[in-house]
Design a protein around this ligand. Structure first.
Ligand code: UDP
Length: 142
């Protein structure tokens, strides 16, 4: 299997509840290597741009409000099959449907306030990583 990178976001509900360290520890415990990290507070335009594929949907305005409500932590995670394995680790969008042991099942508050984001495929991973990080900010190692 190929070494992949995926974009993770620790979302506002988790940052507000001081869960950053516990969630980052879960990533590392599951074999994901953190190769880039930053904390930022999204502007409305940044949140709209990141979630542009959902523009026009009923939940879009609420999603943008939520994503701009507090800081987030964005990381690039590296691992073999990182994209798929990370989606498995975080679980279904709705925490009530997320499998036991997943991050969303353990921490998320609702379908909107669901604690973490993960890229859903190779092209979105590439776009999302570039949305937040310059090449020089990504630090892979042996
Ligand atoms: N979302 C929401 N209501 C919905 C669907 C999604 O508030 O009915 C939010 C939720 O925070 C989700 C994000 O929009 O994580 C992006 O939705 P997507 O369907 O891409 O889910 P994900 O890939 O994050 O599981």
């Amino acid at each position: 299997m190929a070494l992949e990178q995926t974009l993770s976001i620790i979302k506002p509900d988790a940052v507000k509840r001081d869960l950053i360290g516990r969630i980052l520890a879960r990533f590392e415990a599951e074999g994901f290597r953190i190769v880039a990290a930053k904390m930022l507070h999204l502007s409305e335009a940044q949140a709209q741009g990141f979630y542009a594929e959902h523009e026009g949907k009923a939940f879009f305005a609420g999603l943008v409000d939520y994503m701009t409500s507090a800081p987030i932590m964005v990381t690039v995670l590296e691992k073999e099959n990182a994209i798929g394995d990370y989606r498995t680790l975080i679980g279904a969008t709705n925490p009530e449907e997320a499998a036991p042991g997943t991050i969303r099942r353990d921490f998320a508050l609702s379908k909107t306030q669901n604690s973490v984001h993960g890229s859903d495929g190779p092209s979105s991973a590439e776009r999302e990583i570039a949305y937040f990080f310059a090449e020089s900010e990504i630090c892979p190692r042996d």
